[in-house]
Design a protein. Structure first.
Length: 202
């Protein structure tokens, strides 16, 4: 019985696994990007160094491209504007950089749900097509149970792709919210470092 149901619904099953694979890939990519954003700021204390012009600068010892780019921009700002250093300008550099990275990381968050909706329409449409096709070819006779199984298989694919889309989207949003909160804490600590360690030395 089970083998017959699988044999009748192999197209529906294939559609489900293709959509599931894409949803998992999108979820893992979003998670990887968010982990990279969460690691922008180094764990522990920030360190400073002194430039050739005897100006305090942020050390570039942390191996993260985004942090080092941000630190270089702030260091260049300090070097070029030694007479009028403004903490708000440095905060603006940090906020612009981190927001850009966060927005890029969360741009695909809802895609698994969209794929789930696509799978819903595709599964139901395929099931209905098979049912109508069977009715058209029975010449007035009632269609068989295998046609009903195909229709139900299409509906099951529709429900499952939507379910997994909602699950992956919810998990991605939860991760994004957590990263956003930790990023705010890290930025606050970095702003304190700029205010306490860098500005007084200029």
């Amino acid at each position: 019985m089970l083998k017959q149901i699988i044999a009748d619904n192999w197209i529906s099953i294939l559609i489900f696994f293709v959509f599931l694979a894409i949803q998992i890939w999108l979820f893992l990519r979003t998670k990887r990007r968010l982990n990279k954003v969460a690691a922008i700021f180094p764990v522990g204390e920030f360190t400073k160094s002194t430039s050739e012009q005897e100006k305090a600068q942020i050390d570039l010892v942390y191996n993260h491209d985004t942090f080092n780019m941000m630190a270089r921009t702030i260091n260049n700002y300090i070097t070029e504007n030694s007479d009028s250093i403004d903490l708000n300008e440095m905060k603006d550099i940090v906020n612009r950089t981190t927001e850009k990275e966060y927005d890029a990381a969360t741009s695909d968050t809802a895609f698994p749900m969209y794929l789930g909706l696509m799978g819903t329409y595709l599964g139901v449409a395929y099931g209905l097509f098979e049912l109508v096709y069977a009715m058209a070819n029975t010449e007035g006779h009632m269609f068989g149970s295998e046609n009903v199984y195909v229709f139900i298989g299409g509906v099951v694919v529709a429900m499952l792709t939507s379910l997994f889309g909602l699950i992956f989207t919810t998990l991605s949003n939860n991760k994004a919210s957590s990263v956003s909160e930790s990023l705010d804490v890290d930025k606050g600590e970095f702003f304190s470092f700029l205010q306490i360690k860098i500005l007084p030395s200029l």
